[in-house]
Structure formats: C-alpha cells, structure tokens
Design a protein around this ligand. Structure first.
Ligand code: FRU
Length: 463
C-alpha cells in the first residue's frame, strides 16, 4: 500500500513513487502551498528531470498532483522558483487571470555530452489555473548562458522599491544577480561570493530575502553547495547582509551553515508568504541519495521550518524552527518520554542549566541512534554509527557534530522524529541538524539522560 512501506516517512513529503531531489517553485497562492520537486517519473534514481507537483493547505498534509513540467527540446527541467505575477508584468494573463510563473533551468543533455559549456539556460512556464496546468513560454530561454558551465537554479523575487524582479542565480563558484521588469528581459546587476564563503564544491540553489530583527531589515542569502558541507557532501550555507536592488553586501566574512547535519540540502523558501519566511530542504545528501535502501520511491523533504534572524552576542544568526502547523497532526501528549517511542513524534525539553545530555532511540535488534549535547566540546551531535543499514555507501555511518551558538546557561531542544529521520533544533533553532537512518527494525524505544523530554506523538499525514 502506498505510504506504508518500510522506511516511508509518515510526516514528511515524499513522492508516491520514484526519485526526487530539490524542492522547486515553492509559492503560496490562493490559500495553497505549492511544492514542485525535481522528479524522475520512470525510476528511483536520478534521471531526466521533470517538475513533480504537490499542494498543501497547511504545509503538513500533501496531495501529489500531475507532473507540472516535462523535458522538451531545450532539455531537462532543472531547479528553479515560481512567482505570482499579480501585475501581469509578463503579459501571460488571459481574461484577467493572474499568472503563476515558473522560472527554471533548462539543462540540455546533448550540449553537455558535446562538451560545450552553454547547456544550462533559464526559461519560463506559466499557469492560469492555480498551478494545475503549465504552458512553456515560446520565447525560451529568457536568459542565455554566457559560457559558464554551471549556470542554474534561478530564484526570483519582486523587488518592490524599484518595481523589478530580481533573480539570484548560481553561477559555478559564485552568485550572479539579474533583474527584469517583465521576467523576460534580464540584465546583470552584480556578482557575489568569489572571495567569501565555502568553496569546497559548486554553488547551487540560492535564495535571497529580507528578514526583520528589532525593526530593522536585513537580507539573507542562502547558497547551497555540493560537495564541501561541514559533514561532507552537500549542505546549505548562508550570508547575512544588505541588498540594495543591485548588490549584496555581507556584514562579515564568516561561513555559516543553516543546518549542520548531513541530510538537509537544496533548501530554499516559499514565495508570497508575507513577512513569514518558510524554508524546506531535500532530506538527503548527494553522497548517497541514489543508494539509500528504498526502491519504490527515493528521498523525501524536511519538515518546513520558519526562519528567523536573531542577534547573538553582536552577530546576526539565522535560526530555524519547525512550523507550528505540526500541531495539526498532534495526537498523544506525554509529559515525559521514556521507554516506548511512537513511530513519529516531537520531543521537547526546556533546560534550566545546560550540561551533557543524550537521547537514545533503539530497537529489538540492538541498533541505536544517539542524539545529544557534549559540554566539553560545546557541541550537539547525532551519532548514526550503529543505526542500522549503512553498507550502501562507505561514509554513511558517522557521528556528526554542530557548534552551539547560544551562550546562555539555559537551553532548549526540539527533536522531530519520523521512522527514518531526526531533525534537531536547539537554542530556539540557532543550531539545527538533520540526519536520516535505516534501522533493520523500527526504533520503538527511547532512553533519555540528563534532561526531561515532553513527547507529542504525530498521526501519519497520509492516513
Ligand atoms: C542540486 C541540483 C541543482 C540542479 C538539480 C538537478 O541538487 O544539482 O543544481 O538544478 O539538482 O536535478
């Protein structure tokens, strides 16, 4: 039965069948959250990319829809974004209907094989029926490759001050900003990142948006990178600074990661959600995404997270917290977690005086996943070295660590646990880690040391 297979996430989106990677085209429109995703409908490994489509009223319950975009003569449909073109700047409107416009990368596999470096170009498609059906623009591509092999993943936002669209594009080892009045005629604004940030791999899937803290607006630039993440493989870094419609200027030159675990990648935010900024990542890592032991479908998304900027000891840090809408699936609440672990749940602690603690999930065959905090090193950790299947890739086993940024004596912890994943949010989301695992029997036991955890069991989103 669909969604009840071994290892099927019960509170995270995964496609009914076959392969997915990056979330794409996330936009909120007419009370509906749209999620498009890199999708290969003919197999459970990466292949010619399509945009799959799912919608949700609450970010938690998802309904998979028809495939939105198929490959065509210009190539596969790689990652990108979608906007609500309320003023019909694109001219795609008919009969007064507001166009949803998708801006994506056309990846031409023939050009790639021939060894040219111009096989990734930016294109448009639009929908006049709430995202149900899509028409590709006849003038595609709208932004041609100037000769940069990796030239992809356009994230577009409306820059109201200058009444123009701004595109943030990953261009190999840096970001290039473009602008257009109409989503069609793009001109280069500026470049960012050649001398800053992590450069252990290619830059992909960027995002740019404003966030307020203490009444002041700052800009956050998200840049995914593969490989070169803090735990090996793919990961999400971010910069905080100012954006003036032309140029992004960071406040400092430190490299920071939005999620320090091994399994959050290609994360970006929903458009058209007002002052709220909601982030979603792909819950895997390119190191082993094609090999993880599921066959009917492969890979899932993280829990959607609200992003907030916090000032911590003079630094501006991006914090992530799971969306409150998770309450829509809350079932049993228990004031202390111990003994039996529900198949999917949230565990929460308020810690008056932070010291070593650990949370161990285990099963009847002696496998375990350990999550905790180590005071000596001042690090959070997730240890999946004994958490079950790992022979599909040599580096899957591991103990992953993340720095603590808060300096208070008090602390807090939120863990979101599904059958094959844990997401850790500590110190109101200042430290975040995501990790997947594949135990041979479900983790149905829990042992907690050093803290007390309140436990909220979740109903499956698929039932
Ligand atoms: C990131 C990525 C993107 C690209 C897509 C292809 O995971 O490599 O840069 O558009 O996946 O599926």
């Amino acid at each position: 039965k669909n969604y009840s297979e071994q290892y099927r996430p019960q509170i995270h989106f995964s496609p009914k069948q076959h392969w997915t990677n990056d979330p794409n085209g996330m936009v909120y429109y007419n009370h509906t959250y749209h999620l498009f995703f890199q999708y290969y409908p003919k197999g459970s490994t990466w292949g010619p990319m399509h945009w799959g489509h799912a919608t949700s009223p609450d970010l938690i319950h998802w309904k998979e829809k028809l495939i939105a975009l198929y490959p065509d003569s210009l190539g596969y449909i790689f990652s990108g974004s979608a906007v609500v073109d309320s003023n019909n700047t694109s001219g795609f409107s008919k009969k007064g209907k507001i166009p949803l416009v998708a801006i994506f990368t056309h990846h031409d596999p023939k050009g790639e094989k021939e060894g040219t470096d111009k096989f990734q170009n930016q294109s448009l498609a639009y929908s006049l029926d709430n995202g149900n059906t899509w028409t590709k623009y006849k003038g595609n591509p709208v932004l041609r490759n100037p000769g940069i092999k990796d030239f992809r993943d356009p994230k577009v936002m409306w820059y109201a001050k200058e009444k123009k669209w701004v595109m943030t594009l990953a261009t190999k080892d840096h970001i290039t900003f473009y602008s257009a009045p109409d989503l069609k005629n793009w001109k280069q604004e500026s470049e960012f990142g050649l001398e800053i940030g992590a450069h252990g791999g290619v830059w992909e899937c960027p995002d740019l948006f404003p966030l307020k803290v203490d009444g002041k607006t700052h800009w956050v630039l998200i840049v995914n990178i593969n490989p070169g993440g803090p735990n090996g493989g793919s990961a999400t870094q971010y910069f905080v600074g100012q954006f003036d419609g032309n140029k992004f200027t960071p406040v400092d030159t430190k490299t920071r990661w939005l999620d320090y675990g091994p399994d959050e990648y290609a994360g970006i935010t929903w458009g058209n959600t007002g002052s709220r900024k909601i982030f979603l990542g792909w819950m895997s890592n390119w190191e082993y995404a094609n090999q993880v032991p599921t066959e009917k479908w492969r890979n899932a998304m993280t829990i959607p997270r609200d992003l907030v900027l916090r000032k911590v000891n003079g630094e501006l840090l991006l914090a992530s917290v799971p969306v409150v809408e998770l309450k829509n699936i809350a079932a049993n609440v228990q004031s202390t977690a111990s003994g039996k672990l529900p198949a999917q749940c949230m565990l929460k602690a308020n810690i008056a005086s932070l010291s070593d603690y650990s949370v161990t999930l285990s099963n009847s065959v002696g496998e375990e996943l350990v999550i905790g905090y180590d005071k000596k090193t001042n690090q959070y950790y997730i240890d999946r070295t004994k958490a079950g299947k790992a022979d599909f890739q040599k580096d899957f086993k591991g103990r992953f660590v993340a720095p603590r940024f808060a300096t208070t004596k008090t602390s807090d912890l939120t863990l979101v646990i599904d059958g094959t994943s844990v997401e850790l949010f500590a110190d109101k989301g200042l430290t975040t880690m995501t990790a997947i695992f594949f135990p041979n029997e479900p983790f149905d036991r829990i042992a907690v040391k050093g803290i007390a955890l309140k436990q909220t069991a979740f109903k499956s989103i698929w039932k």
